[in-house]
Design a binder for this molecule. Sequence first.
Ligand code: SAH
Length: 218
Amino acid sequence: MNLQHAGIGMTSARTRGRMIERLRAQGIRDEAVLAAIGNVPRHLFVDEALAGRAYDDVALPINYGQTISQPWIVARMLEVLRNGKPLGRVLEIGTGCGYQAAVLAQLAQEVYSVERIQPLYERARKLLRELKVRNVILRHADGSAGLADAGPFDGIVMACAAPALSIELKAQLVVGGRMVLPLGTGEQFLYLIERTEQGFRETRLDAVKFVPLLTGKV
Ligand code: SAH
């Protein structure tokens, strides 16, 4: 991450520090996740007009009807995904503005991230290049069935809610791999899916609110 990037001054570092303290108070315990979040200038991922709210614990609009995830949910998903261990190859479905991908980049060896909306994909690509994030590979594609040609993955995170768990997606997890995703149409819950030697274990976690998974690319 290039901390020389314009706009990343002490003020933003201090504000991020306060955000980290808030995440800690909200129960996030994984220091690697907290440090990774502390390193990413979230204000650069939203429109300038919203930059003043970038470190509040809220989802913010990123155009095209989409949102940048709330910091707590990014922290929660990555803490569950990591399970206290460094990650190898990870797939993210729903790049959006690229914020979570930039956080993940510090926690995983290699990150594949898929976005179906072309202008979002392009903006994320430009910003991650400017920030010199080199281990994230972005694809403009429908990620609802994962990314079979790049898998299998040690971890999969989905930033949009599907009505049900896709079989193709599960198949792209290595044995010992973990997937964290929101499921449900009306009421949504975060789920942890673990692939074991015997099969898959599903654990329901928090009630959440994500934008829906849509099919096709635009
Ligand atoms: N990871 C982002 C969250 C973006 S919101 C962050 O860091 O804040 C979820 C994103 O999922 C949206 O940009 C939406 O366009 C995308 N999405 C929805 N359905 C998709 C699909 N089938 N394939 C890829 N991306 C999808």
